[in-house]
Design a protein around this ligand. Structure first.
Ligand code: IMP
Length: 430
């Protein structure tokens, strides 16, 4: 059995957990392949709400093994807190069920300090990162100066941590004028984490291959989204990893022939958290209506940072881009119900850039800041759709909205969610 990839088709926060939740029940392995605790996945099981940042959210399904791949950066303190939190609530998170790649990199307090210091130094040009140390940890990976999961098995692990922190102390003091961190204290602290995490360290690529060769199913659970990809996103306002489908291959250590389905998840509108261009952003009352008040868990406020998200009309030019970059085979549309009562609805179908109209991105996402959206206007609907379960339950305007997405994206919609509960979804005919 091959790999199914679930990937964010926008700037993250698309509700990928909805699809993971649906497909994890049939998976043998659920894998995170990129990012770190900048991600926030909320999973609801009955009355229980799990907020996960590192552990694959599919772990809440009994019968799955969760793996964290080589493409990830792991804050061990956060990982242990998640493991403990899940264990307290009765979930089996023993090393039999959870594996950490020896090649994943570890986030150190020096990465957190550098993330904050560089954001502050950038001032108005800041990226708006989650300040979880993600960028500095990937920088160290590329510079071949990082500390990895497998290093926790080495006798001199504490020494490696000490040296890594000391190296960054020089940058913190000399470049950013900060106080140095207590490298010795951090090395001791990390030795304690390593003692607990050692049993989880594994060759994740081999684990995945064994399951695939035995006919099992692997679900690769994306974090962030296509437009935050370090190469194909809205650089420099991106994360430092590769959340796109291609990132699964390097992030887990598998070949392209193992993948047979790539599901792209998009909201029925557009959101973004942090800085960077967003052509369809709405700052007035419609944007506010899309965002919600924050009273509900599913309103548009960050799971990790609590920041209000920027909201706007769905951007079909960017969605088509996500189809191309990831080779999407199908789509999941989330939060269709949020559009109820908005009339007319608009969707971006092209851009005006340097006096010309483009229905594809002129120069990748680089020209986005100077691109103006060209909208198609559609009739809205007022009927409450939160109880809809079949296509026929949807008002014609809602069906028309989904039809337009399918037509422009060029791939079929698998299902559309119409509320936060697991069963609040309309499955569409293939
Ligand atoms: P970093 O990943 O913390 O370095 O942040 C870089 C950019 O990615 C910022 O704009 C963040 O807001 C954004 N970002 C990172 N993780 C997520 C996520 O899980 N959801 C949405 N945006 C994210």
């Amino acid at each position: 059995m091959p790999i199914t990839i679930i990937v964010g088709a926008q700037w993250g926060d698309e509700g990928k957990g909805r699809v993971t939740d649906l497909l994890a029940a049939e998976a043998d392995i659920v894998a995170r392949y990129s990012g770190g605790d900048n991600a926030g996945h909320t999973v609801t099981v009955g009355s229980e709400i799990f907020k996960l940042h590192l552990v694959p959210s599919g772990i809440v399904q009994p019968g799955t093994v969760g793996v964290m791949g080589a493409g990830m950066v792991i804050n061990p303190k956060k990982l242990l807190a998640e493991i403990d939190g899940l264990a307290e609530r009765g979930l089996d998170v023993s090393p039999d069920r959870l594996k950490l790649s020896a090649a994943a990199h570890l986030i150190l307090p020096s990465h957190l300090a550098l993330d904050g210091a560089s954001e502050e130094a950038l001032g108005a040009g800041a990226i708006g990162t989650t300040r979880r140390g993600i960028g500095p940890a990937y920088t160290d990976r590329a510079a071949r100066a990082g500390v990895r999961g497998g290093d926790m098995l080495a006798d001199d692990f504490a020494q490696r941590v000490y040296q890594a922190v000391e190296a960054k102390n020089r940058v913190l003091v000399e470049i950013y004028g900060r106080e140095p961190l207590d490298a010795e204290g951090i090395a001791d602290e990390y030795e304690g984490y390593a003692r607990r995490l050692r049993p989880y360290v594994a060759d994740v690529s081999r684990e995945v291959h064994q399951v695939l060769r035995a006919g099992g199913r692997v679900l690769a659970e994306g974090a962030q989204g296509t437009l935050l990809d370090v190469s194909h996103g809205t650089y420099p306002f991106v994360t430092s990893s590769s959340p796109i489908a291609g990132g699964v291959l390097t992030g887990l250590g598998v070949g392209p022939k193992e993948v047979d389905r790539v599901i792209g998840v998009t909201k029925a509108f557009q959101t973004r958290v942090g800085e960077g261009p967003m052509p369809t952003e709405l700052t007035g009352s419609v944007g506010q209506a899309l965002r919600g008040t924050g009273a509900n868990l599913w309103d548009e406020y960050g799971t990790t940072t609590g920041r209000p998200r920027r909201c706007g009309w769905l951007d079909l030019v960017l969605l088509r881009y996500a189809v191309r970059i990831n080779g999407l085979t199908d789509l999941v549309i989330t939060k269709l119900d949020v559009l109820t009562g908005l009339d007319p609805l608009r969707v971006c179908v092209a851009y005006r850039y340097q006096g010309q109209e483009w229905d594809d991105l002129p120069f990748g996402p680089n020209a986005l800041a100077e691109s103006e959206p060209v909208y198609a206007e559609l009739a809205g609907w007022t009927k409450d759709i939160t109880g809809a379960r079949e296509e026929a339950d949807l008002p014609p305007a809602a069906r028309g909205y989904l039809d337009l997405i399918e037509e422009r994206a060029g791939v079929p919609i698998f299902f559309a969610s119409v509320g936060p509960e697991r069963e609040q979804a309309v499955h569409l005919a293939p």
